[in-house]
Design a protein around this ligand. Sequence first.
Ligand code: MG
Ligand code: ZN
Length: 225
Amino acid sequence: MKIQVLTNVLKANQTIALENRRSFEKNRILVLNLMSSPGAGKTLILERTIEKLKDDFNLAVIEGDVATTNDAERLAKHQIPVVQITTESFGGACHLDANMVKKATEKLDLSWVQILFIENIGNLICPAEFVLGEDKKIIVLSLTEGEDKPSKYPLAFRISDLLLINKIDLLPHVDTDLDVLLQNAQKVNSQLFPIKLSAKTEEGLENWLNWLVKEYQSRFQNNSS
Ligand code: MG
Ligand code: ZN
């Protein structure tokens, strides 16, 4: 009985995610779903990304949080459109679903947006089960979380396209073995592409920005010249 309910919920979610997908494609938007545990640094990564790319691309953010608008306020300071989803009003859900994203996109001028970031709720479990209509899923993991997160929460790593290992400036100060971390990630998803960076010091940031620009160009700027 319970399994049936969950199956129906996920099916309904998938239907709305497909609608989102069509709308994103029609408007030629690259949509990225960022997932991580709380405190991995998604918001700071986005702040740095916005600073570097906002002159070249029309950016927008859908910001998910259970409560508070703190992160959305941080992002809005960079003068790009930010839509906050506070899941408290949806029963305190610990993940974003396609319907919440659909509602949020109604507040954006999609014909203007070129890259849309969706900052999911800090949680490594159920965000992985809910597709939103995104092009790519990005899992952010900070070095301070240790090397066994991919083994403990395999689904989030299995379904992701890109692994951002954040806070690498802390490498000399933590016990995390970066090689073992990368091996653990490869074990659950051999296609998962890793990028090491520090949003704080900006080390490695250009690798992430290059990935992003390439993703956008390969979709929407495919001219034969
Ligand atoms: Mg955040
Ligand atoms: Zn949840």
